[in-house]
Design a protein around this ligand. Sequence first.
Ligand code: UDP
Length: 330
Amino acid sequence: MNPKRILITGAAGFLGSHLCDRFIHEGYEVVGMDNLITGDLKNIEHLFKLKEFEFYHHDVSKFVHVSGRLDYILHFASPASPIDYLKIPIQTLKVGSLGIHNLLGLARAKQARILIASTSEVYGDPLINPQHEEYYGNVNAVGPRGVYDEAKRFQEAITMAYRNFHGLETRIVRIFNTYGPRMRLNDGRVLPAFIGQALRGEDLTVFGTGTQTRSFCYVDDLVEGIYRLLLSEYSEPINLGNPDEITILDFAKEVIALTGTRQKIVFKELPKDDPKVRQPDISKARAILNWEPIISRSEGIAKTYAYFKSLPSEELYRTEHKNFETYIHK
Ligand code: UDP
């Protein structure tokens, strides 16, 4: 029997590259696609020597052609850090609208099952905690996060329309904060920010008073959930994340303890529309996919810290976003 063939968009990104590894490991043929705006070929360099792996340097907002058969598509191409989508708002909207349209068309043409990466941001600044899948959310369409949140909400809507109208096989995962090796050290997200600061001997910057909460899932746990979802028969949106919720201030203290840095915590202005709470209700994932995270935060942070520490030291000082403060506090 032929191995299954899967297209993974955003293949050179944090989640995309881990998904490529997983599907190669499961015996699939993997076609990776990325325009490399926020992705990095270093994340998939080790796959280029494999005959089961091929790579298209392509922007999915433009017509997508892949020759040969495809059994599955994973759409993971998108800027995903608040700094990224403030910096490249139009691309963020395009990949979540034109991009998904192209991929749904490709899925139809190939009769492939498509799984799309959605996000906890569809719940916006939520008025209930934890967030379950039936919650409609509290999103500011014209705020700084609107370009991402609305693109992802549109993605969900068009994916359901293709399922209902064309009978396409679709899956939708709402991903909550996920971390691990291959995150970009300077993408502005809180864990790489704190670890980078610890490694450079800088104070850790907590935004606001640090009472806002997040729930952090280690990447291997998330990948396992996505793998199970793809192969399941469930086509409604489903939350995947780690329900272990923590305030950002306590998170900073954990990073200080785990890295042994002598730096202190400094407080900066809270960005506009920064969600005050976030915790996934994963009852559905538990029941339908028999899935829950198994890697604790201390174990996950230790692995991620080891990864960042192993990077060449110039990575630590590479400033991708020179106007970081201007972007986030606008
Ligand atoms: N945050 C912080 N210091 C930083 C970066 C982020 O306190 O240097 C906060 C941010 O305001 C938010 C939380 O950490 O409340 C998570 O931010 P992130 O950018 O990782 O993703 P979000 O969950 O907000 O999309």
